[in-house]
Ligand binder design. Structure first.
Ligand code: GLN
Length: 485
């Protein structure tokens, strides 16, 4: 049963082929066993899950039919979960037990989903390899010596290892799409404002967006229908009806115009990834899609602009962790300043400190105009490139990552090399556009992903294209040999 998609699980549960409790018990046993090697989970909520599953089975027996009734999933440990520790991958929040659920957690529970646990992640979602977690790194199920990507590395590895059919993730600069690509699964970062950020620990508030990760686009559609929607508790949430993503999966692609950004198919891209994309382009052409080149001329500025804007916002957001109100507090402070300094020095890891320092510097009075303001202007130019491109095309297609998953430790001493991993994903965050990654092939046994970037609120179209692609390809059905067994 652990290889079943959510769509299949829904059928099996409603046919009575197995109960939610049986399914959850089976998955929990797998999680406990596989976690020893891959460390995808930080928290396993077995007791709560089994009792929720039993309740879901009873609800079903008395006629309940919520869309995800009895469907197991796991949340990235950035989403607050009532009475369940939410660490955000940090020593700072090692003992933080929220008194409330994030809206995303709430909404999925209201649709009947069962939470099996919390997944590992880079500390405060800062990273591209999950090596920045206080709880240790996560192994990529395709090759344990390689990273699963980050920051939602635990969420991606958990789905790839079929520990759970789906997970939540968050994406500030690529953290849903890049790990999805590295682990051979499907993930979508919705339009900024589509999914509530309430109860999602803030990294860079103008970029952060939650979304689903699963094996198929169809499952992502089913999850996003439940996760999305207006939330008055998030002032950036957008009050617009949620599309029925799953009802639009079967729309024909005939006549669709897709843009290929010249800048995404440059020499930065590994040749075998370019080949995999070319095959995907041919596949989509057979489905009636036509392709045209588009020019996103300011793309090369996206990574530098992001590494000013994101640290600036993080330095402000993370100032709340002061040893007084939340999280880690140092032993025996001699005065208030000592309390702040030592609590923060002890509670945050290296990468988080690096970002706080860069961000504080960029926001300081003497440098604000030169860095932060300039980065915001560049951000505008990047958005304008997309606006212009979408005058001629419906969707943009490119790679998700420049290379397949790299080895653990390979980029650890070179932050810039690490940052460049997000070269193709960051632009959509800066513009606030929806973007999806779906498996499109293998390079030396490692999965690679294609990325679709849509216009604002065009999630339905992205999911539709990915679903149609998945009807004629089987990249998304591949799994690591030991997992299949
Ligand atoms: N890898 C990027 C960073 O470290 C993006 C992270 C994210 O999307 N949360 O900032």
């Amino acid at each position: 049963m652990h290889t079943h998609s959510i769509a299949a699980i829904r059928r099996h549960l409603s046919n009575g082929d197995y109960s939610s409790k049986e399914l959850c018990a089976h998955l929990l046993a797998r999680i406990k066993q596989l976690n020893e090697t891959n460390n995808a989970f930080i928290e396993i909520t077995e007791k709560e899950a089994l009792s929720a599953a039993e309740q879901a089975d009873n609800t079903r027996a008395s006629g309940g039919a919520a869309s995800l009734l009895g469907v197991p999933l796991a949340h990235k440990d950035i989403f607050c979960t009532k009475h369940v520790r939410t660490s955000c991958g940090s020593k700072m929040l090692k003992n933080f037990v929220p008194p409330y659920d994030a809206t995303v957690v709430d909404k999925l529970a209201a649709s009947g989903a069962i939470t099996l646990g919390k997944t590992n992640m880079d500390e405060f979602a800062m990273g591209s390899s999950n090596e920045n977690s206080h709880f240790g790194s996560v192994a990529n199920p395709w090759d344990n010596a390689r990273v699963p990507g980050g920051s939602s590395g635990g969420s991606a590895a958990a789905v790839a290892a079929r520990m759970v059919p789906a997970t939540t993730g968050t994406d500030t600069g690529g953290s849903i799409r890049q790990p999805a690509a590295f682990c051979g699964i499907t993930g979508i970062k919705p339009t900024y404002g589509r999914v509530s950020r309430y109860g999602m620990v803030a990294f860079a508030s103008s970029l952060d967006q939650g979304g689903p990760m699963a094996t198929t686009a169809e499952d992502c559609a089913l999850l996003l229908e439940s996760m999305a929607g207006f939330d008055e508790r998030d002032s950036t949430s957008i009050d617009q009806p949620v599309d029925q993503y799953s009802a639009e999966l079967n729309r024909s692609l005939d006549g669709l115009r897709v843009g290929l950004p010249r800048q995404y198919f440059s020499s930065d891209l590994d040749a075998p990834i370019a080949d995999a994309l070319q095959q995907a382009i041919e596949e989509l052409t057979r489905l009636g899609v036509s392709f045209v080149e588009v020019d996103l001329k300011n793309q090369s500025l996206a990574v530098p602009a992001y590494y000013v804007v994101a640290p600036a916002e993080c330095s402000s957001n993370l100032s709340r962790f002061d040893g007084v109100r939340y999280g880690h507090r140092c032993d025996g402070p001699v005065d208030l300043e000592d309390l702040y300094k030592r609590s923060r020095a002890e509670g945050f890891g290296r990468e988080v400190k690096r970002r706080i320092l860069i961000g504080t510097y960029a926001l300081s009075a003497g440098y604000y105009d030169a860095y932060y303001l300039k980065a915001q202007k560049v951000r505008n130019l990047i958005s304008q490139d997309f606006t212009q491109a979408f005058e001629n095309v419906d969707v943009i297609l490119g790679p998700t990552t420049p290379t397949p998953a790299f080895k653990q430790g390979e980029n650890s001493d070179d932050p810039v090399a690490m940052y460049l991993n997000d070269i193709f994903t960051i632009p959509a965050n800066l513009a606030g556009l929806p973007a999806l990654s779906a498996p499109c092939g293998f390079v030396e046994g490692l999965p690679v992903g294609l990325q679709l970037i849509g216009n604002y609120f065009d999630e339905a179209r992205l999911l539709n294209i990915a679903h149609q692609f998945q009807q004629v390809t089987d990249w998304h059905l591949q799994m690591p040999a030991d997992i299949r067994a």
